[in-house]
Design a protein around this ligand. Structure first.
Ligand code: C5P
Length: 278
């Protein structure tokens, strides 16, 4: 058997850091949504575990490989798999690419080996690999809480047109959380109001609710992130914010044409006009 799966990127519409945990992680509240840019994974039977990709670090360090090893161990299955990973989502960008790849590795192997694991089984395995992995098992739009392991799927709103812009820097999530220096959110978040505003595309209301606690620390060190945000707003974005731990910034536009035309302002940066996906 051989098949292909598409692993989407995500944005954090907002990210509020509400607590510091004894394990060093942070408690967050974050509405997250998949967006239409995808890594591609192919799965086929093999007599051993194999990961093929153009990435310039050892396959054993790839989250896809870690996911494959974990599901093999937990399931007790002695079969092998050959996975080919083709990247489209940039690394260390705040777009969840590595986590999505790991989630789809779990989904793909579960299918290839006929393990019959539920989404909940895969989510708890995913949580061992990375905080964002459980979200990608469900996908769509969801409210993320805890360290990332509490995923409440939300009915998908009408799709939004976004422009993603990433400057040529990489930000590690650990570093971005470290910049907070223990400062917790001063904001409250009303998920019902957020959903209503997203559904009704009420961007002036959304603007009041879209806020990323990690943004100030990243902008302080990398002012270009703040400059991209201002430029997106100048070019007509209704709302703009950093996604996750950055450095990618998303801007919300009224149409695909508006998003594509704004991309002209970001020569030399990685840019993609995408839609949110259910
Ligand atoms: O779970 P993941 O490996 O993606 O997290 C990378 C780093 O981001 C963690 O080592 C931690 O420093 C930070 N993090 C955090 N709180 C979260 C998620 C990530 O402090 N909820």
């Amino acid at each position: 058997m051989k098949f292909e799966l598409l692993a989407p990127a995500k944005i954090n519409w907002s990210l509020f850091v509400t607590g510091k945990r004894p394990d060093g992680y942070h408690e967050i509240i974050s509405p997250m949504q998949c967006v239409g840019i995808y890594d591609r994974l192919t799965f086929e039977d093999s007599d051993h575990m194999e990961l093929e990709s153009a990435m310039d670090f050892p396959p054993e360090e790839n989250l896809v490989y870690k996911a494959a090893r974990l599901i093999r161990k937990v399931s007790g299955c002695d079969r092998g798999v050959k996975i080919r990973l083709m990247k489209e989502i940039p690394l260390a960008a705040g777009l969840g690419g590595g986590s999505s790849d790991a989630a789809y590795a779990l989904i793909g192997i579960n299918r290839l080996w006929g393990l019959g694991m539920s989404d909940e089984d895969l989510m708890s395995l995913g949580a061992e690999i990375g905080s964002d992995v459980p979200f990608f098992i469900k996908g769509g739009l969801a409210l993320i809480e805890g360290r990332g392991e509490t995923v409440t799927p939300l009915p998908p709103p009408a799709s939004c047109r976004l422009l993603l812009v990433k400057p040529p820097i990489s930000v590690s999530a650990g570093w971005a959380y470290g910049r907070l220096g223990g400062n917790l959110t001063k904001k409250t978040f009303d998920i019902k109001l957020f959903r209503q505003s997203l559904d009704g595309k009420d961007f002036s209301a959304l603007k009041q609710m879209i806020f990323n606690d990690l943004e100030a620390g990243v902008v302080e060190k990398y002012p270009v992130v703040g400059e991209i945000k201002s430029a997106l707003l100048e070019k007509g974005a209704f709302v703009a914010a950093m996604s996750g731990s950055g450095p990618t910034v998303f801007g919300v536009f009224g149409s695909e044409e508006d998003a594509v035309s704004a991309a002209g302002a970001f020569n030399g940066f990685w840019c993609r006009a995408v839609s949110t996906v259910a």
